[in-house]
Write a protein of this length. Structure first.
Length: 142
């Protein structure tokens, strides 16, 4: 089942005003609790439960694909993330999602673009994590 598009998230990114809160270390901890509470039942098409998110994060594309930028976060799961951006990404393109931590380096999680769909004037980009963000968070918090 595909989640309905939250146009407010797409519009906020397109018009330069990120909606919600920055996905910080504490917000990630809350999302980990939500993912764990959601369990594993997702049906036949999905491999992990999606947690809707209304916030934003910074990404750093790898290679020659531009500099750091702020994107909206559409949803997250154990295995991936859907971001909202004004620019499309090619399947296979890699980027890091960076979650802010007060007084410390950000938590960086590698992602690989799997699919892109146009939504209004923006794009919803589905990406798979290179490692579980649950693992990345656990390692970073130690």
């Amino acid at each position: 089942m595909m989640l309905p598009v939250r146009r407010s998230v797409v519009q906020a990114v397109v018009y330069g005003a990120p909606r919600g809160v920055e996905i910080s270390e504490s917000k990630l901890a809350e999302m980990i609790s939500s993912v764990n509470a959601a369990g594993q039942e997702v049906g036949t098409r999905r491999t992990a439960m999606r947690i809707p998110v209304e916030g934003y994060a910074r990404i750093q594309p790898l290679g020659d694909h531009g500099g750091e930028r702020v994107v909206g976060i559409y949803d997250m799961s154990r295995g991936g993330i859907a971001i909202v951006d004004t620019e499309a990404r090619a399947a296979g393109e890699q980027f890091k999602v960076m979650s802010a931590r007060q007084g410390k380096r950000p938590i960086e999680v590698m992602c690989t673009t799997r699919h892109v769909r146009r939504q209004g004037e923006g794009y919803i980009i589905g990406a798979e994590f290179g490692v579980s963000w649950l693992s990345a968070m656990s390692a970073a918090m130690v």
